[in-house]
Design a protein around this ligand. Structure first.
Ligand SMILES: [Ca+2]
Ligand SMILES: [Ca+2]
Ligand SMILES: [Ca+2]
Ligand SMILES: [Ca+2]
Length: 364
C-alpha cells in the first residue's frame, strides 16, 4: 500500500568488469515509508520482539524519533513518534537498563535522550540531559569492560568525544572528555588492537583525518593517533576487509567525493590511505556488509549530490574494492542501515532520505 515509488523500481546498475571485479549488485525498490522532517540517521533492531527487524529514524527537523515496525516482507507499519531533544543528529540501539529489551540513545544538537524500550515497540518518555555544543554522532560499547553498556558522543564544535559509562539501569556517569581532531562528524566503538577492550575512532571533517583512541583499561585511554583520509570525512565504519583478524576502517569523504580505506597493521595503526572513487558524489553515510555473498565485507555509501547509493565490492584480493553497483534514489540521503528487511535472505538496505525511508531489496 505504501509502494509509492514502485514505478521507480527499474534497476540501475553501474559496474566495472575487471578480471578481479566482484559480482555486480542489484537492488529493487520495495517501498518508501514516511518519517519526520529531515531524517538524520537510521538504525535497525527488533523492538517489538516478533522476530522481524524494525527501524528507528531520528528526525532532525522534528525533534523526534520515528519507529517503523517491520512485517518481514520489506514493508513497515508506522509505529510510535517519540519526542526527543532539539535537532537529533544520531542514534544507537542497545539494552542500556539490562532488561533484555532494546533501548535507544539519541545525540541531539546539545543534549542526549535516553529512550527505554518496553519490548513491544513502544518506549518510555525520553530522559533528556543537556550536554555538548554541537553533537553529531553517538556509538555504543562497553568501554570499561564491566558488562554494562556505555556510549560515546562526538561534539563537532568542541572537537571532542565524551564517554558516558552506564550504570546498567539506564543512567550514566558524568562524561570523560577526550580531545580529537577538529569537527568530528562520526564516531564508532571498535577494538582495533584485539586486546578485548573497545577503542574509539572518529572521522574529523575539517582535519581530514580519523582519530584512533586506544582503550588502555578501566576508564583510561591513550593519546589519540591521527591517520589521513580524503577531504571532509563525515562518516566512518569498520570491517575486517582483508581477513587478517583485525578491524580496518573506511570513511566517506564529502569533499573529495571518495571513500578512504585504512588497513590495520594489527596494532591499531594503519597503512597509507587508499582512495576509492565511484560515480556517486558527496557521500553522507556509510555501512559495511556482505552484499555479494562471498563472505567478504563490502561497503555502501549514500551520496547527497548524485542522490544515489553506491556499493563498493571487496575484490579477489581482499581489502581492495571496486564499484559493484548503484541505485538512484533521487532525493538527498542522510542515513543507511543494512539488514534482512525483505525476507529474501540477502543483505538489504534501508536508506533515510528527505522525509521517508526507502527499502531496497538486494536481489543479487
Ligand atoms: Ca519487530
Ligand atoms: Ca532495555
Ligand atoms: Ca561499561
Ligand atoms: Ca582495543
Amino acid at each position: 500500500m505504501l509502494k509509492l515509488f514502485v514505478l521507480f523500481s527499474a534497476l540501475f546498475t553501474a559496474s566495472v568488469s575487471f578480471g578481479q571485479a566482484p559480482p555486480t549488485v542489484h537492488f529493487s525498490l520495495i517501498g518508501s515509508f514516511p518519517v519526520g522532517a529531515s531524517p538524520s540517521a537510521i538504525v535497525a533492531a527488533d523492538f517489538n520482539r516478533d522476530g522481524k527487524t524494525d527501524l528507528a529514524v531520528s528526525n532532525s527537523g522534528s525533534g523526534t524519533v520515528t519507529i517503523l515496525l517491520g512485517t518481514g516482507l520489506g514493508t513497515f507499519i508506522t509505529g510510535a513518534t517519540l519526542p526527543v531533544g532539539a535537532e537529533p543528529a544520531s542514534l544507537i540501539v542497545g539494552d542500556f537498563n539490562g532488561d533484555g529489551k532494546k533501548d535507544l540513545a539519541v545525540a541531539n544538537a546539545t543534549s542526549i535522550s535516553m529512550l527505554i524500550g518496553n519490548g513491544d515497540g513502544t518506549f518510555q518518555t525520553a530522559n533528556t540531559i543537556a550536554y555538548g555544543v554541537k553533537l553529531t554522532s553517538i556509538a555504543a560499547g562497553d568501554f570499561n569492560t564491566d558488562g554494562k553498556l556505555d556510549f560515546v558522543v562526538a561534539d563537532a564544535s568542541a572537537g571532542t568525544v565524551g564517554v558516558f559509562y552506564g550504570s546498567g539501569v539506564g543512567t550514566f556517569s558524568a562524561p570523560k572528555i577526550i580531545a580529537v581532531g577538529t569537527s568530528p562528524k562520526s564516531v564508532i566503538g571498535v577494538d582495533v588492537n584485539n586486546d578485548g577492550k573497545a577503542d574509539i575512532v572518529t572521522a574529523n571533517s575539517t582535519a581530514n583525518t580519523v582519530s584512533v583512541i586506544l582503550n588502555t583499561g578501566g576508564t583510561t585511554f591513550g593519546t589519540p593517533q591521527s591517520f589521513i583520509t580524503g577531504t571532509t570525512p563525515v562518516a566512518v565504519a569498520f570491517g575486517d576487509f582483508n581477513r587478517d583478524g583485525f578491524a580496518d576502517l573506511v570513511t566517506g569523504n564529502a569533499g573529495s567525493d571518495d571513500s578512504t580505506v585504512l588497513i590495520n597493521n594489527g596494532n591499531g595503526t594503519f597503512q597509507a590511505p587508499v582512495s576509492y572513487y565511484s560515480y556517486g558524489s558527496s557521500p553522507s553515510a556509510i555501512a559495511v556488509a556482505d552484499f555479494t555473498h562471498d563472505l567478504l565485507p563490502d561497503f555502501v555509501t549514500v551520496n547527497d549530490v548524485t542522490r544515489d547509493v553506491t556499493i563498493y565490492g571487496n575484490k579477489a584480493t581482499p581489502g581492495t574494492f571496486s564499484e559493484a553497483g548503484a541505485f538512484v534514489i533521487n532525493t538527498p540521503a542522510t542515513g543507511v542501515v543494512v539488514g534482512a528487511f525483505t525476507g529474501f535472505g540477502h543483505t538489504d538496505l534501508a536508506v533515510a532520505t528527505g522525509g521517508a525511508v526507502w527499502i531496497l531489496q538486494n536481489i543479487t
